[in-house]
Design a protein around this ligand. Structure first.
Ligand code: FUB
Length: 346
């Protein structure tokens, strides 16, 4: 084909318009949150399914037939885990979502300075309890009348800290996960390097039980999640036996353990960290997790692999895929998809 001058300039104009539109797309997607009105409704178009802000560490719960997500919120321009607030997301069908906006933040906590990291939420006695870590040193609890908050700090001081009697934590004091058993007993799990657990009192904001360290969590690092299936307790977490961090799990007949290591649920992610939750919703089981796919789509110049020197590990996005069990109750490894899960019709 003969290429003349006019064709080159037409090509240039086309290229410039494509670049211009791409830039506009990135800017409107990520910067739009400053102008967004909450509650903000959006539709999942596959994984990652939240594209207007960066989100990580998804704790999913079903309350009154609706699914609620309590994730961390990675700031738009983050270059470290400098998170400040927590949004609450909700859905009835896993396709149409609402970002209900900031429902608790460091500004609402008198005693905390920084690091609004991975939270969790639990329901008891007509109230919703939001458990959150700060400063890599404390775990607090806030309370609300609805699953959407807004949450109010319940104690005006931490519920737990590294100095709490019985705690063993040689890493960051983070990642609370609360599990309410069928008999109403509530347990809070937390920590990095060691899995600590303590049974909460009925008020959900105090405990008389002794903090203990759970045995049998092979390769544990962080991001504890507890769920129950057919009478067995499943403790899943981010950890590794060799190589990079994956989501691993172990099982027990008792929420305190000892647990027996069972295997891998999810391979390492390009976000470097892994953090997940497992939930049953309207008859099917789901795995929520995060990766840095959205960041890498916006930065095609970077190689989409775990790289601590990039901003990618600090600008994460949530994904959801189906989770299946084998006949014997062990969990099948989840292969991450781009399609995500289907919209529910019931
Ligand atoms: O989001 C901050 C930290 O990264 C969480 O506490 C960890 O679980 C990891 O996902």
């Amino acid at each position: 084909m003969i290429i003349n001058k006019n064709m080159i300039s037409t090509k240039r104009i086309k290229l410039l318009s494509v670049l211009g539109f791409s830039l506009m797309f990135v800017c409107t997607n990520i910067l739009s949150q400053n102008t967004l009105k909450y509650p903000y409704k959006f539709t999942s178009k596959g994984n990652p399914f939240i594209n207007h802000i960066y989100t990580a560490d998804p704790s999913a719960h079903v309350f009154n037939n609706k699914l609620y997500l309590y994730p961390s919120h990675d700031p738009d321009t983050a270059t470290w885990f400098n998170m400040n607030d927590w949004h609450v997301f909700s859905t009835s069908n896993l396709k149409n979502w609402t970002d209900n906006g900031v429902k608790f933040s460091l500004n609402d906590i008198k005693w905390a300075k920084q690091y609004a990291w991975a939270p969790d939420c639990a329901y008891k006695n007509g109230k919703y309890y939001f458990y959150y870590p700060t400063d890599k040193e404390y775990i607090g609890v806030a309370v609300a009348k609805t699953p959407l908050g807004p949450f109010k700090d319940a104690l005006q001081k931490p519920l737990l800290s590294r100095a709490t009697k019985g705690v063993i934590c040689t890493g960051d004091f983070i990642d609370p996960a609360v599990f309410v058993d069928d008999d109403g007993s509530a347990y809070i799990y937390f920590g990095q390097n060691q899995v600590n657990v303590v049974k909460l009192n009925k008020d959900m904001v105090s405990f008389d039980d002794t903090v203990r360290v759970v045995k049998g969590t092979t390769g544990f690092f962080e991001a504890i999640w507890m769920h129950k299936y057919k009478g067995k307790y499943y403790l899943s977490y981010s950890g590794s036996i060799s190589g990079r961090r994956k989501i691993l799990y172990c099982m027990s007949d008792n929420p305190y353990g000892p647990f027996e290591y069972k295997g891998e649920i999810l391979a390492p992610m390009n976000s470097c960290t892994n953090h997940h939750s497992i939930v049953e919703f309207k008859g099917r089981w789901y795995l929520f997790y995060h990766n840095s796919d959205l960041y890498y789509e916006q930065h095609p110049d970077e190689k989409p692999v775990c790289n601590w020197k990039s901003a990618a590990p600090f600008r994460r996005s949530l994904c959801v895929d189906y989770l299946y069990y084998h006949e014997d109750g062990t969990i099948k490894q989840v292969i991450p998809t781009k399609n995500s899960v289907a919209a529910l019709t019931n």
